[in-house]
Design a protein around this ligand. Sequence first.
Ligand code: COA
Length: 261
Amino acid sequence: MIQTEYKNLMIAIEGSTCFITINRADKLNALNKSTLNELHHAITMALREESIFAIVLTGSGTKSFVAGADISEFSNYDAEEGKALASEGQSKVFDVIHNAHKPIIAAVNGYALGGGLELALACHIRVASKTAKLGLPEVSLGLIPGYGGTQRLTQLIGRGLAMEFILTGEMISADRAYELGLVNHVVAPEELMKKTNELLDTIKSKSPKAVAGAIKAINASQSNSGYETEIEEFSKRFGTDEFKEGVGAFLEKRKPDFNKK
Ligand code: COA
């Protein structure tokens, strides 16, 4: 039996699909530690449960999928704590999703920023609502993506486009994300779950063992050591003057000034 009671998640089982909704709408579903722990638990359970064929991840409310890692939680971290944040998150959640033997689809219903976009990137397929906004704004905080974003985005859209996307930190529309190949489909907000379910219905009609084998083989084409480099570079940013300025500016609701002396 799957546990369905969580503080920061809502779980719904419909047929053989487990819908996991990140439920911190007042914080735009930002990923705090407790949400990440719950995600680890819920996803691991759903992967073990025989009656579940697929998982859908989405965010509660209409505004946000996930607006990133919870900035207020890591604002005082040093390099070591930053390293633990990235490596624990990657091994407990992002890699578990990436390597899952059952299909996992991100239904991107709004802002997918920073760790939120990285969560969608770890999923096997992304379906976005037309109103979604996507970005990796970490450089504005004096950081870089730390949950696999530099690797998975580059693999998905190519080095040049990933460079521009990550170095500018700009948000893009769902339609632009579709043009870049960052999302598989863009649909009207009210069609998001319909389209996701249609895709899953097709996949469910195929051989489950072949589906699992295909996911494994596709993932094998992308293995490299870049994830460790990312964790190194991510953790080195913590505690620096630029990090303090970037994160401080967000928490104080002002624009960062990285050139001040
Ligand atoms: N971490 C922690 N809290 C966050 C958050 C995050 N990543 N993203 C949003 N929130 C919180 C805000 O602090 C605010 O909380 P408050 O009401 O207690 O002040 C609440 O969610 C609503 O966000 P707000 O900024 O008021 O909404 P908005 O519509 O003005 O702006 C965004 C929406 C997404 C543009 C803006 O919230 C934002 O830039 N978020 C951070 C994105 C980011 O840098 N993510 C990468 C993190 S590594």
